[in-house]
Write a protein that binds this ligand. Structure first.
Ligand code: NAD
Ligand code: UD1
Length: 335
């Protein structure tokens, strides 16, 4: 019996595939390679000794998905596949709703038809919207300020309704905070397309000389040093959180949701200084206007994941900065 990973050649999916294989699971990846490369599976093999079975398929192709489930014996699904760029979602809302929401509906229909009932879904801290006060706890009401965030809120609601419709479903949404870092081997990591939107990929590209300077978006927030505070989590801790959630699904009835974060907030300046210190490189920066839509601080309340999943993030900010830089240095042009 295998675990199907949708979006498994992407950033978080590939690290989760490695952790699952190393924990003894059989892994099958389905991905349409819209934001990843086929080389990822070779790298997974280099790390684990096992090349996961790979289906190149768009989840919007329901017939193809049915075929996959006919061919394979699947026990559970971890659903990473989706688009994730906030700015792009504002320009292309229909593409985001279709690719994120419709493909999730397709996946659930096919799972239902094949009596596969266990599903873990990649949600995001973005579902807390702008009004939640950190530490953010799972019971807060959900809201979103852009189509990407809305697609996550909609999918969470669909999965909750689906679980309520039939007690056989066992579904978990995991709300990720800010995943950074890479596998210590430097063989897999995050490969942003074009100019990175997120902080860490931008910093590594400045450090390697592809970008001249980092723009720090505002230093007048109500935070200890005025710059934005986020809950950065090592992607390998996040990957391990999926194994904990998979184990918990065995006992879980219906729908549940967990934050995956460290519970600690770090500012932009904290990240820059840690990155420079650990890696002995310089990251020139200038302070510019706030980025529209940004909030001052966002970090997780992690008690529920600790108590129910028995999971806790273990890697430090130093580990995250070192591993991000190691990946960038070893793969200056990506895969
Ligand atoms: P990613 O883009 O690296 O991986 C997503 C993968 O899904 C890619 O390999 C892409 O090719 C594939 N994909 C997209 N649409 C598909 C489709 N219709 N059919 C088949 N494959 C498809 O992204 P990631 O950073 O690994 O994120 C994984 C999930 O976690 C996403 O759902 C994302 O929204 C969520 N998430 C990510 C972050 C983050 O900062 N990276 C934070 C919170 C939540
Ligand atoms: C972004 C997304 C969010 C998504 C999250 C996780 C937006 C508005 N939000 O959040 O939906 O869930 O990524 O991937 O895009 N910063 C700079 N300079 C930069 C880039 C970032 O100063 O060049 C600052 C930001 O202002 C913020 C922090 O760094 O304070 C982190 O930014 P980023 O990595 O983009 O993540 P989020 O804003 O948390």
């Amino acid at each position: 019996m295998a675990i199907l990973i949708t979006g498994g050649s992407g950033y978080i999916g590939s690290h989760t595939a490695v952790e699952l294989i190393q924990a003894g699971y059989e892994v099958i990846i389905v991905d349409n390679l819209s934001n990843s490369k086929p080389e990822v599976c070779n790298r997974i093999k280099e790390i684990t000794g096992i090349k996961p079975k790979f289906y190149e398929l768009n989840l919007l192709n329901e017939a193809g998905l049915n075929q996959l489930f006919d061919n394979e014996v699947i026990e559970s699904v971890i659903h990473f596949a989706g688009y994730k760029a906030v700015g792009e979602s504002v320009d292309k809302p229909l593409a985001y709703y279709e690719n994120n929401v419709t493909s999730t509906i397709n996946l659930c229909k096919v799972m239902q038809a094949h009596q596969v009932n266990k599903l873990i879904f990649s949600s995001s801290a973005t579902v807390y919207g702008q009004d939640g006060i950190s530490p953010l706890v799972e019971t807060l009401p959900l809201s979103a300020t852009n189509p990407y965030g809305n697609s996550k809120v909609i999918i969470e609601n669909i999965l909750k309704d689906l679980s309520a419709s039939n007690p056989k479903w066992q579904i978990t949404s995991l709300r990720y905070f800010n995943p950074i870092g890479a596998h210590q081997s430097g063989l897999i990591g995050e490969e942003p397309s074009g100019i990175p939107n997120n902080l860490l990929p931008f910093i590594t590209q400045v450090a390697i000389g592809k970008m001249v300077k980092l723009a720090v978006f505002g230093n007048d927030y109500d935070t200890p040093d005025g710059t934005g505070v986020r809950d950065y989590i090592h992607v390998l801790d996040l990957a391990k959180g999926h194994i904990a959630a998979l184990n918990q699904l065995e006992e879980q009835k219906g729908y549940d949701v967990f934050n995956l974060g460290t519970g600690k907030g770090c500012s932009v300046l904290d990240i820059i200084s840690t990155f420079e210190l650990v890696n002995q490189v310089s990251v020139p920066y200038m302070v510019v206007e706030r980025r529209p839509g940004d909030i001052a601080a966002c970090y997780a309340d992690t008690h529920k994941a600790e108590q129910v999943l028995g999971w806790q993030a273990l890697y430090t900010l130093e580990d995250m900065c070192r591993d991000s830089w190691n990946w960038q240095k070893k793969n200056p042009d990506g895969y």
